[in-house]
Ligand binder design. Structure first.
Ligand code: SF4
Length: 393
């Protein structure tokens, strides 16, 4: 599950990914860029235990901890005016080591909790401007029953919701799960816009099975987009990114955000500097190598939400902890209006115009080899681990 009960985000690699890793090892070897592109994403590394004080246990805290209809709301988050989050389950097919949800508490919602959340989106005064729900987790495509309940509840109780987005890595972690049952859920609300946000990081992940799964999803009428992190040793390279974005275009996947890897605890080894990411994003956008329709926004996931790195967004650098002060377009009073239980993080300063500025820990640019980690990636075991599908189907 993308979450933890004990503070330990356990290694979980789907049988599909293990098979792909074995094939890559045989074809290219364990020191190849191809094998490492997958291993660095999924194999637990001992250096994760090295936690620095500036690193976050969570990327932000935006749960709505309110009562609604006499019940506590569960699995609901909100940071933005028009979009709210619903998290039916924290189960995933595999655990991405850098996941921003790796330290969330493990939780799967009951049908009653999902219906209560849908009523909240449809009836609560502070949701009057919400017209879009992002169903995330965890991976909602791991639990088709809960996804169907979520769709039905939103249709029945929240007529203001016109767009349903779903965040998933299943097409690239366990593509056989994109089956008739799941596809029937995705096709069940023809009056709504359905958008599937995948997370694909490297060209090697466009396995034939994954391409076919993407095609099956698209056949339901859903739009597919990609938002993904910049990961050291995986895709912090212009040629790799250019090939990735070209493959996305070929497979009908729109570009959305390219995220700087966030300062989660123990994840320093995955993070480049913000500057390196900005240079890559600029060269990617200005390369002329592929369609302008396939280019991402470079964004930083801060304690107060996403900040796209436009000119002037970085207003100070604090050398003592290598942090950047970022200017946002978010106001405290809006946040409290949209999410009455939201609290201002300690990293925030409010400017003269009432906009929040937030300190963000930068990353560093040593190569993996300089970090002394090159040979440090054996699979933890040969078994498949606890296959986290007990509630799916
Ligand atoms: S599938 Fe998504 S939620 Fe699950 S571990 Fe990976 S990034 Fe996190």
């Amino acid at each position: 599950m993308a979450g933890t009960k004990t503070g330990d985000f356990v290694e979980l690699i789907s049988p599909f990914l293990r098979r792909k890793m074995s094939e890559l090892e045989i074809a290219h070897g364990m020191n190849s860029a191809e094998w490492r592109a997958i291993a660095l994403q999924y194999v637990k590394n001992p250096v994760e235990a090295a936690v620095s004080p500036q690193e976050r246990r969570r990327h932000y805290e935006s749960e709505i901890t309110l009562q609604f209809n006499g019940q506590p709301l569960a699995g609901v988050e909100r940071l933005y005016r028009r979009t709210a989050l619903l998290e039916p389950t924290t189960v995933c097919a595999a655990h991405c080591r850098w996941c921003l949800r790796g330290q969330y508490p493990v939780k799967t919602l009951s049908e009653g909790e999902i219906v209560n959340a849908a009523r909240y989106f449809g009836e609560a005064q502070e949701c009057a401007e919400v017209d879009e729900i992002l169903i995330t987790g965890g991976d909602p495509l791991m639990a088709p029953k809960l996804l169907r309940i979520s769709f039905q509840a939103l249709a029945a109780h929240a007529p203001n919701i016109r767009t349903i987005r779903i965040g998933t890595r299943v097409p690239f972690q366990d593509p056989d799960r994109i089956n008739g049952d799941l596809l029937s859920v995705l096709a069940s609300l023809p009056g709504h816009r359905i958008e599937i946000g995948v997370n694909v990081n490297h060209p090697i992940e466009f396995w034939p099975e994954s391409r076919a799964a993407i095609a099956r999803i698209k056949a339901t009428g859903a739009t597919i987009y990609n938002q993904h992190p910049l990961l050291k040793g995986v895709n912090d390279d212009l040629a790799v990114l250019a090939q990735l974005y070209s493959l996305m275009r070929d497979n009908g996947i729109e570009a959305h955000y390219l995220f700087h890897a966030i300062p989660m605890q123990g994840m320093r080894h995955h993070r480049t500097s913000v500057k390196k990411g900005a240079e890559l994003a600029m060269r990617l956008s200005a390369s002329g190598e592929f369609s302008g329709r396939a280019k991402p926004h470079y964004a930083l996931m801060t304690d107060i939400g996403k900040i796209v790195l436009y000119d002037g967004a970085i207003i100070a650098h604090r050398p003592s902890d290598n942090s950047l002060l970022l200017r946002s377009g978010y106001r405290v009073e809006d946040r409290k209006k949209w999410n009455p239980s939201w609290r201002i993080p300690a990293s925030v300063e409010v400017d003269d115009e009432g906009f929040m500025c937030v300190w963000y820990k930068d990353g560093e640019d040593e190569a993996w080899s300089e970090l002394g980690l090159w040979g440090n990636l054996p699979l933890a075991s040969n078994d498949t681990g606890p296959r986290a599908n007990s509630i799916a189907g």
